[in-house]
Design a protein around this ligand. Structure first.
Ligand code: HEC
Length: 144
């Protein structure tokens, strides 16, 4: 009887410690990429969907695709941040030109831009490192 009680207590303690461990493993100060992607997806649906489409495929000759784009997946995150802040027009992207104009989105916060770009870099077939608030802040400061 006593052995069973101790066994049950051990299991209970194990579950408790394990749960605490999983909560503690989200390190403070280190941006959580999964949470950023989830917030970014919500923002994408509001801010970018109309032109870049649900599948990130854009619209031929009108709006550039974000899925599979070497720029979107690339190392030059500052360039992507600049495009969102300033908008873009008349640029040739991978040999294609687009007749629509991408408006500036500088009213979005640094956090919102970091989340949207982290989402588009990890949506559809894309897989790339996250964009941080500090990176957006640095680019915004330079553009002023
Ligand atoms: C009004 C339509 C429109 C909206 C809204 C829009 N874009 Fe764009 N976007 C474009 C067009 C058009 C281009 C290509 C412009 C060019 O070729 O000069 C583009 C280009 C881009 C590029 C460059 C792609 C590459 O491969 O180099 C990125 C990144 C981008 N958009 C991200 C976004 C994000 C993120 C949002 C939402 C915050 C957004 N866009 C909202 C129309 C739009």
């Amino acid at each position: 009887m006593k052995a069973i009680k101790i066994g049950v207590l051990t299991i209970a303690a194990f579950i408790l410690i394990n749960n605490q461990y999983s909560v503690a493993s989200v390190q403070p100060g280190v941006p959580n990429i999964k949470a950023s992607i989830a917030r970014g997806k919500e923002l994408y649906l509001l801010q970018c969907l109309a032109c870049h489409q649900i599948d990130g495929g854009g619209v031929p000759h009108l709006n550039a695709p974000l899925d599979g784009s070497a720029n979107v997946k690339g190392k030059d995150k500052a360039m992507l941040i600049k495009i969102v802040l300033n908008g873009l027009k008349g640029a040739e992207i991978e040999g294609e030109s687009y007749s629509n104009v991408m408006a500036s989105h500088k009213d979005l916060t640094d956090q919102q831009i970091a989340d949207i770009l982290t989402y588009v870099r990890n949506a559809w077939s894309n897989k790339a490192s996250q964009v941080t608030v500090a990176e957006v802040k640095a680019v915004r400061a330079k553009l002023k």
